[in-house]
Design a protein around this ligand. Structure first.
Ligand code: GLU
Length: 281
Protein backbone atom coordinates (compact mmCIF):
# COMPACT_ATOMS: atom_id res chain seq x y z
CA UNK A 1 0.00 0.00 0.00
CA UNK A 2 1.29 3.51 -0.79
CA UNK A 3 2.75 5.31 2.20
CA UNK A 4 0.04 7.82 3.18
CA UNK A 5 0.24 10.20 6.08
CA UNK A 6 -1.65 13.27 7.25
CA UNK A 7 -1.40 16.46 9.26
CA UNK A 8 -4.64 17.21 11.13
CA UNK A 9 -4.67 20.67 12.74
CA UNK A 10 -7.68 22.30 14.38
CA UNK A 11 -8.51 25.72 12.89
CA UNK A 12 -8.80 27.32 16.31
CA UNK A 13 -5.73 29.58 16.33
CA UNK A 14 -2.45 30.29 14.59
CA UNK A 15 -0.10 27.41 13.77
CA UNK A 16 3.20 27.67 15.64
CA UNK A 17 6.68 26.18 15.35
CA UNK A 18 5.48 22.87 16.81
CA UNK A 19 2.91 22.52 14.04
CA UNK A 20 5.53 23.42 11.42
CA UNK A 21 7.77 20.66 12.77
CA UNK A 22 4.94 18.11 12.77
CA UNK A 23 3.71 18.93 9.27
CA UNK A 24 7.24 19.06 7.79
CA UNK A 25 8.20 15.77 9.48
CA UNK A 26 5.14 14.03 8.03
CA UNK A 27 5.62 15.55 4.57
CA UNK A 28 9.36 14.73 4.53
CA UNK A 29 8.59 11.10 5.44
CA UNK A 30 5.98 10.90 2.68
CA UNK A 31 8.38 12.38 0.13
CA UNK A 32 11.18 9.99 1.14
CA UNK A 33 8.82 7.04 0.61
CA UNK A 34 7.30 8.35 -2.64
CA UNK A 35 4.00 8.51 -0.74
CA UNK A 36 1.19 10.97 -0.09
CA UNK A 37 0.82 13.77 2.45
CA UNK A 38 -2.78 14.75 3.27
CA UNK A 39 -4.14 17.72 5.15
CA UNK A 40 -7.20 17.11 7.34
CA UNK A 41 -9.09 19.88 9.05
CA UNK A 42 -10.02 18.87 12.59
CA UNK A 43 -12.97 21.27 12.93
CA UNK A 44 -15.29 19.13 15.06
CA UNK A 45 -15.41 21.75 17.77
CA UNK A 46 -17.57 24.23 15.87
CA UNK A 47 -17.67 26.56 18.86
CA UNK A 48 -13.94 27.27 18.36
CA UNK A 49 -13.24 26.49 14.68
CA UNK A 50 -13.09 29.58 12.39
CA UNK A 51 -12.80 29.80 8.58
CA UNK A 52 -10.20 32.56 9.01
CA UNK A 53 -7.93 30.20 10.94
CA UNK A 54 -8.41 27.51 8.34
CA UNK A 55 -7.42 29.96 5.57
CA UNK A 56 -4.42 31.11 7.57
CA UNK A 57 -3.18 27.62 8.37
CA UNK A 58 -3.37 26.65 4.70
CA UNK A 59 -1.44 29.80 3.82
CA UNK A 60 1.23 28.99 6.42
CA UNK A 61 1.61 25.39 5.24
CA UNK A 62 1.81 26.45 1.57
CA UNK A 63 4.45 29.05 2.54
CA UNK A 64 6.45 26.25 4.19
CA UNK A 65 6.44 24.55 0.78
CA UNK A 66 3.86 21.86 1.53
CA UNK A 67 1.26 20.66 -0.96
CA UNK A 68 -1.71 18.34 -0.45
CA UNK A 69 -4.67 17.16 -2.50
CA UNK A 70 -7.75 19.39 -2.38
CA UNK A 71 -10.50 19.29 -1.29
CA UNK A 72 -9.06 18.12 2.01
CA UNK A 73 -11.20 16.21 4.47
CA UNK A 74 -13.00 18.42 6.98
CA UNK A 75 -14.34 16.56 9.98
CA UNK A 76 -17.47 18.70 10.24
CA UNK A 77 -18.57 17.20 6.90
CA UNK A 78 -18.42 13.59 8.12
CA UNK A 79 -20.67 13.52 11.17
CA UNK A 80 -22.70 10.64 9.73
CA UNK A 81 -19.58 8.46 9.54
CA UNK A 82 -18.83 9.11 13.23
CA UNK A 83 -22.46 8.49 14.16
CA UNK A 84 -22.36 5.14 12.35
CA UNK A 85 -19.24 4.12 14.29
CA UNK A 86 -20.89 5.19 17.54
CA UNK A 87 -23.93 3.06 16.66
CA UNK A 88 -21.65 0.07 16.11
CA UNK A 89 -20.37 0.42 19.68
CA UNK A 90 -23.92 0.86 20.96
CA UNK A 91 -25.14 -2.20 19.04
CA UNK A 92 -22.34 -4.17 20.71
CA UNK A 93 -23.74 -3.02 24.08
CA UNK A 94 -20.53 -1.18 24.94
CA UNK A 95 -21.76 2.40 25.45
CA UNK A 96 -23.48 4.34 28.21
CA UNK A 97 -24.67 7.93 28.62
CA UNK A 98 -22.72 10.09 31.04
CA UNK A 99 -23.91 13.31 32.62
CA UNK A 100 -20.87 14.02 34.78
CA UNK A 101 -19.29 17.45 34.57
CA UNK A 102 -15.52 17.93 34.94
CA UNK A 103 -16.21 19.03 38.49
CA UNK A 104 -18.23 15.85 39.26
CA UNK A 105 -15.36 13.74 37.91
CA UNK A 106 -12.78 15.62 39.96
CA UNK A 107 -14.90 15.23 43.10
CA UNK A 108 -15.54 11.48 42.56
CA UNK A 109 -11.91 10.78 41.64
CA UNK A 110 -10.61 12.49 44.76
CA UNK A 111 -12.98 10.68 47.15
CA UNK A 112 -10.88 9.05 49.92
CA UNK A 113 -11.80 5.47 48.93
CA UNK A 114 -10.42 6.04 45.40
CA UNK A 115 -6.79 6.53 46.55
CA UNK A 116 -4.57 8.95 44.61
CA UNK A 117 -6.29 10.24 41.45
CA UNK A 118 -4.99 8.73 38.20
CA UNK A 119 -4.49 10.59 34.94
CA UNK A 120 -4.92 9.27 31.40
CA UNK A 121 -4.76 10.83 27.92
CA UNK A 122 -7.83 12.99 28.67
CA UNK A 123 -6.90 14.07 32.18
CA UNK A 124 -8.47 12.45 35.25
CA UNK A 125 -9.48 8.87 34.64
CA UNK A 126 -13.25 8.58 34.68
CA UNK A 127 -14.31 6.89 37.94
CA UNK A 128 -17.28 5.11 36.31
CA UNK A 129 -20.08 7.00 38.07
CA UNK A 130 -22.61 6.60 35.19
CA UNK A 131 -21.47 3.16 34.01
CA UNK A 132 -24.72 1.42 34.96
CA UNK A 133 -26.96 3.85 33.06
CA UNK A 134 -28.69 2.29 30.03
CA UNK A 135 -28.54 3.96 26.61
CA UNK A 136 -32.34 4.21 26.69
CA UNK A 137 -31.87 6.90 29.34
CA UNK A 138 -29.55 8.99 27.13
CA UNK A 139 -30.42 12.65 27.15
CA UNK A 140 -29.29 15.11 24.43
CA UNK A 141 -27.05 16.79 27.01
CA UNK A 142 -25.18 13.56 27.84
CA UNK A 143 -21.78 12.46 26.64
CA UNK A 144 -21.52 8.85 25.44
CA UNK A 145 -18.74 6.74 26.93
CA UNK A 146 -17.24 3.38 26.05
CA UNK A 147 -17.38 0.76 28.81
CA UNK A 148 -13.77 -0.46 28.72
CA UNK A 149 -14.30 -3.38 31.11
CA UNK A 150 -17.11 -4.75 28.96
CA UNK A 151 -15.20 -4.10 25.74
CA UNK A 152 -12.24 -6.07 27.09
CA UNK A 153 -14.37 -9.20 26.90
CA UNK A 154 -14.56 -8.89 23.10
CA UNK A 155 -11.35 -10.68 22.22
CA UNK A 156 -7.58 -10.95 22.59
CA UNK A 157 -5.75 -7.64 22.71
CA UNK A 158 -3.71 -6.51 19.70
CA UNK A 159 -0.65 -4.26 19.42
CA UNK A 160 0.75 -1.59 17.17
CA UNK A 161 4.05 -0.66 15.57
CA UNK A 162 5.76 2.56 16.63
CA UNK A 163 8.71 4.07 14.75
CA UNK A 164 9.14 7.35 16.69
CA UNK A 165 12.46 7.83 18.54
CA UNK A 166 11.14 7.66 22.12
CA UNK A 167 9.20 4.39 21.94
CA UNK A 168 10.32 2.59 18.77
CA UNK A 169 9.13 -0.99 18.62
CA UNK A 170 5.98 -3.10 18.89
CA UNK A 171 3.59 -2.30 21.73
CA UNK A 172 0.98 -4.73 23.03
CA UNK A 173 -2.21 -3.45 24.62
CA UNK A 174 -2.93 -4.76 28.11
CA UNK A 175 -6.21 -4.97 30.00
CA UNK A 176 -4.56 -3.37 33.01
CA UNK A 177 -3.42 -0.31 31.07
CA UNK A 178 -6.75 0.13 29.28
CA UNK A 179 -8.70 -0.07 32.56
CA UNK A 180 -6.38 1.87 34.84
CA UNK A 181 -4.27 4.02 32.49
CA UNK A 182 -7.05 5.10 30.14
CA UNK A 183 -10.48 4.41 31.62
CA UNK A 184 -13.86 4.77 29.91
CA UNK A 185 -13.29 7.33 27.11
CA UNK A 186 -15.86 9.78 25.77
CA UNK A 187 -16.90 8.72 22.26
CA UNK A 188 -19.39 11.53 21.63
CA UNK A 189 -19.95 14.91 23.23
CA UNK A 190 -23.28 16.73 23.39
CA UNK A 191 -22.39 19.72 21.16
CA UNK A 192 -19.69 18.19 18.98
CA UNK A 193 -20.95 14.75 18.04
CA UNK A 194 -17.83 12.59 17.93
CA UNK A 195 -14.92 12.94 20.32
CA UNK A 196 -11.38 13.30 18.98
CA UNK A 197 -10.63 9.61 19.73
CA UNK A 198 -13.60 8.32 17.75
CA UNK A 199 -13.16 10.71 14.81
CA UNK A 200 -9.43 10.10 14.44
CA UNK A 201 -9.76 6.32 14.01
CA UNK A 202 -12.70 6.69 11.61
CA UNK A 203 -10.84 9.33 9.54
CA UNK A 204 -7.53 7.50 9.40
CA UNK A 205 -9.34 4.40 8.11
CA UNK A 206 -11.48 6.37 5.62
CA UNK A 207 -8.36 8.07 4.22
CA UNK A 208 -6.28 4.86 4.07
CA UNK A 209 -3.62 6.38 6.32
CA UNK A 210 -0.71 3.94 6.54
CA UNK A 211 1.47 6.10 8.84
CA UNK A 212 0.21 8.39 11.58
CA UNK A 213 2.88 11.02 12.28
CA UNK A 214 2.09 13.26 15.26
CA UNK A 215 3.40 14.63 18.56
CA UNK A 216 4.72 12.55 21.42
CA UNK A 217 1.87 13.86 23.64
CA UNK A 218 -0.50 11.49 21.80
CA UNK A 219 1.54 8.32 22.32
CA UNK A 220 -0.58 7.04 25.23
CA UNK A 221 -3.82 7.85 23.36
CA UNK A 222 -2.61 5.46 20.64
CA UNK A 223 -3.36 2.49 22.94
CA UNK A 224 -6.97 3.65 22.99
CA UNK A 225 -7.02 4.31 19.24
CA UNK A 226 -5.71 0.79 18.58
CA UNK A 227 -8.39 -0.63 20.88
CA UNK A 228 -11.14 1.27 19.02
CA UNK A 229 -9.73 0.02 15.70
CA UNK A 230 -9.89 -3.54 17.00
CA UNK A 231 -13.51 -3.16 18.11
CA UNK A 232 -14.57 -1.54 14.81
CA UNK A 233 -12.44 -3.93 12.74
CA UNK A 234 -10.53 -1.08 11.06
CA UNK A 235 -7.13 -1.25 9.36
CA UNK A 236 -4.15 -0.35 11.53
CA UNK A 237 -1.56 2.28 10.58
CA UNK A 238 2.02 2.37 11.80
CA UNK A 239 2.58 5.16 14.33
CA UNK A 240 5.39 7.69 14.54
CA UNK A 241 5.30 10.05 17.52
CA UNK A 242 7.87 12.82 17.20
CA UNK A 243 9.36 14.94 20.02
CA UNK A 244 7.53 18.15 20.91
CA UNK A 245 9.01 21.55 20.20
CA UNK A 246 9.34 23.40 23.50
CA UNK A 247 9.85 27.02 24.45
CA UNK A 248 13.00 28.29 26.16
CA UNK A 249 11.54 27.34 29.56
CA UNK A 250 10.96 23.75 28.36
CA UNK A 251 7.16 24.12 28.14
CA UNK A 252 5.44 22.69 25.07
CA UNK A 253 4.07 25.30 22.70
CA UNK A 254 0.33 25.98 22.68
CA UNK A 255 -1.93 27.83 20.24
CA UNK A 256 -1.85 30.86 22.51
CA UNK A 257 1.94 31.15 22.06
CA UNK A 258 1.42 33.74 19.34
CA UNK A 259 5.05 34.77 19.59
CA UNK A 260 5.95 31.43 17.97
CA UNK A 261 3.27 31.65 15.30
CA UNK A 262 4.51 30.80 11.81
CA UNK A 263 2.78 33.97 10.59
CA UNK A 264 4.91 36.11 12.93
CA UNK A 265 8.14 34.68 11.55
CA UNK A 266 6.84 35.18 8.01
CA UNK A 267 6.02 38.81 8.75
CA UNK A 268 9.47 39.27 10.28
CA UNK A 269 11.02 38.24 6.96
CA UNK A 270 12.29 34.76 7.90
CA UNK A 271 12.32 32.13 5.15
CA UNK A 272 10.87 28.59 5.25
CA UNK A 273 14.48 27.34 5.37
CA UNK A 274 15.06 29.44 8.52
CA UNK A 275 12.05 27.77 10.15
CA UNK A 276 13.26 24.31 9.17
CA UNK A 277 16.58 25.09 10.83
CA UNK A 278 14.87 26.44 13.96
CA UNK A 279 12.98 23.19 14.48
CA UNK A 280 16.06 21.09 13.77
CA UNK A 281 15.20 19.78 10.30
N1 GLU B 1 -6.23 17.72 15.75
C1 GLU B 1 -5.39 16.85 16.53
C2 GLU B 1 -4.31 17.69 17.21
O1 GLU B 1 -3.95 18.72 16.68
C3 GLU B 1 -4.79 15.80 15.63
C4 GLU B 1 -4.02 14.79 16.36
C5 GLU B 1 -3.64 13.60 15.48
O2 GLU B 1 -2.81 13.82 14.57
O3 GLU B 1 -4.15 12.52 15.67
O4 GLU B 1 -3.86 17.34 18.28
Amino acid sequence: MTFTTRFAPSPTGPLHLGHAFSALTAADMARAQGGAFLLRIDDLDQSRARPEWEAQLKGDLAWLGLTWPEPCRRQSEHLTAYRAALEQFTDMGLTYPCQCSRRDIAAAASAPQEGAPHFGPDGLIYPGTCRARPMAEADPGDAIRLNIEKALGTGPLPGFMETGPAHAGHHLLTADYLSHGIGDPVLARPQMGASYHLSVVVDDAAQNITHVVRGEDLFTATFLHRFLQMLLDLPVPTYHHHPLIRDDAGKRLAKRDDARAIARYRDDGLTPEDLRRMVGL
